[in-house]
Design a protein around this ligand. Sequence first.
Ligand code: ITT
Length: 194
Amino acid sequence: MENKIKIVFATGNGHKLAEINEISKDSGIEFVLPPDGFNPDETGATFEENSYIKAVEAAKLSGNIALADDSGLCVEALNGEPGIHSARYADTPQERISKLLKNLTPYGNRKAKFVCAMTLVDEFGNLLNKEIGECHGEIAKVQSGVNGFGYDPIFTVNGYNVTMADMSEDLKNSISHRSVALNKMITYIQQNLL
Ligand code: ITT
């Protein structure tokens, strides 16, 4: 595609990069990883703040426009936890899932949502645009599925009877918190930067 714009995607998570490149494949945008040394301190109190911190660090390191995704799973009965601590809730992905299922055992309310906050900054770190995406569902009682990553095996999306890890890549990418935020961001980029 002509006028393809290169944007640094401020992450160390290869699953996120794969998902956003798949969602944006016909958009005229190419997302690439930040240079070595990208290791921001996620000291923010919200998804939005951490997303901004990551985007600024990637822009400063690369000298390029940068997009960041800060995301996580918020469980209603656990007062929104693990939330911004989703990646650090326990040591391994399986331990994080087991801990969440255990902590939720006493509760009847299993409502939860995935949230994704995206921030786009210019090559100097100035804010260009921010978007939020949410995906609502419930925490399954038993984990299921091998697709996706993170908490996908225990998240059942409203209106579907399977977990996100049981869904095809295409189905997850058509309904996920990440795709909701990214599609809005792509519209902004296409209208303002291409
Ligand atoms: P970067 O900060 O380098 O982007 P990270 O994995 O540490 O990578 P976050 O701080 O945004 O990213 O934490 C996001 C965590 O939330 C992620 O590690 C998963 O545990 C969970 N998560 C986010 N999106 C998810 C998805 O689509 N499916 C399952 N779990 C997800």
